[in-house]
Every structure is written in structure tokens, then in C-alpha cells.
Design a binder for this molecule. Sequence first.
Ligand SMILES: [Zn+2]
Length: 339
Amino acid sequence: MRAVVMERPGEVRVVDREQPRIEEPTDAVIEVTATCICGSDLWPYRGIEAVDHAWMGHEYVGVVREVGPQVRDVRVGQFVVGSFFASDGTCEICRSGYQSHCVQRVPMGSIGTQAQYARIPLADGTLVATPGMPDADLVPSLLAASDVLGTGWFAAVAAEAGPGKTVAVVGDGAVGLLGVLAARQLGAERVIAMSRHADRQALARELGATEIVEERGDAGVAHIKDLTDGLGAHSVVEAVGTQESMMQAIGSTRPGGHVGYVGVSHGVSLPGQELFFSGVHLHGGPAPVRRFLPDLIRRIWDRTIDPGRVFDLTLSLEQAAEGYRAMDERRATKVLLTV
Ligand SMILES: [Zn+2]
């Protein structure tokens, strides 16, 4: 089969790789229909994280082609969506809704889903089948559920977005934009997208943003306070992962409010006193996407939401190197690879 490999920073190739087989009795093998390039794939691409001949990809939708002897619920021929962590679905952590911290979790990035086929560990706990074979136009949205939608949704839930709330969203990448969508779906009254890019501001408005704040840092915090009677937002989604974005999120939150942070933290160090006197709740980390998948698939299937709109470039798997370049050079927000 064909698969994407990152040989070293900046060097992505599509090569032949041995087709995956069932290794554990709880595995499934899927034929991948579509996969995508994640913002987090850019960290090794840019040499910020070490990389040496790594199989790439952790987002996926596809059709089950084989299941192990202990797989009970997932069946050959089903169209499935899974999260970027495989999880057993049975341990105490999974049952409490934190499948991304499952005691048996397997990061799908260690398997590599930018490929024609992928082995899915713990298939029954990991995969959710759609009601049938999806129409082609639903595939991008179902793929978004695999990571960026599930992550934006968790951030909005962690920030306690809901009716009567004012929600601010720090970050206008795919996760931030879908955090806007999630906040509105969860019933937030006002959703303030923090973005300085006209095209992303427009998409944020279409996804449910009621206001836009262009400033960053302290100026961004001051503008959020201006819009909220000096108090700050009830709920803030943080979808970047830098020192500036975390402090912008904490500063934009009112005392007693909630920050949902899902930007993968790089070089963030929180000042204790500022945190102490802020009086805000902080909750986040790698999103337990699996918790939300049945609900998200239903909303996509019913055409209530269209999160696939965050994909602004579609290429074939063979064109993966161009996809990485486009994201690295910010010519694309999120690249879908058809397989
Ligand atoms: Zn578990």
C-alpha cells in the first residue's frame, strides 16, 4: 500500500509500506477513505519536534475490511470514524469520559493513518460506525469529527459554553473555528472570535461567531473586557498552545469563569500569582473525542452542522508533500487527503 512518511524535517514522501494486518485479537483493519494533515504535524515538519522516518497521520475515516477474533461490535463493511487515540472504552478513565487518557490508549500517530489502510487497536472502544455509507459530501465533516471538531467541541464543553454565556475563542485555525461552531451549538448567546485574518473572520461568522476581536495579547484582553462590562467572558476556548495565547485566554475570562485549553502546549509557563488571583477554572488537554463522536456523527448525518468547511484544500494522498508545504506556508488552514 501507499503511505506518507516524514524522513526528516521538511521532507515528506509517499512510499510503499507493508499493508497492516490484525496483530491483536481486538484490532480492526480499515481501508482509509480520507485522512488529513494536522497543525500538530507541522511541529516535526518545522524541526521543532524531532523526527526520523516517521509514518504520519492520526485522523481517519474509512471502511472496516478485517476484524480480530475478539471484536464484537465493529463489523466488516461498516463506515467508521475514530479518534486520534485508540481507547478500550472499558477502563474507569474511559467510563468517566476521558478516553484520550485510557489506561490502554494507543496514539494513532504512532500507527500512521495517512495511508491506504490502517490498523486500529481496541476497535470496539475506538471506532463509531455511521448509520450507513455516507454521501461523498458528508465525508469531510465526518473526517473533521475525528480530531478538529471533537477537539473544538471538547474545548467548548470544558469552557462550560452554554445558554446565556458569552464565549471567547482564542485561535482561528481549524480547531478554533470549530470551537466557535461548538459554542453556538451548545447554546451560547454570544461567541467572540479572536482573529485578524479576513477570510477566517468570515468563516467564523458563518459558523456562528457574533463578534470579532482583532487584537491579541493585552489589547485583545482589553477589548474582550470592553465587550463584557469590564468582567471578561464566561467561557474561553484556547486553541493555539503558546504562552501568549494561554495568557490571553486566562486574562479574557471573568473570575469564576472557565478556560477550555486544547492547543498543544509548547513552551507555556503559567505565572502562579497571576493564575491565583485570576480565580478562573482551567481544564483541557488532549480531547476525549470518542466521548462526543456518537453525538457529532448524528448532527453531521442530520446535516445540522457542516464542520467539513474548515478544509480549504483537497489533494490526493500522492500529493501529501504539497499539502504539508501549503500548510507550512499558511496557504491552507487544513488539508484533506483523499485516498
Ligand atoms: Zn480505557
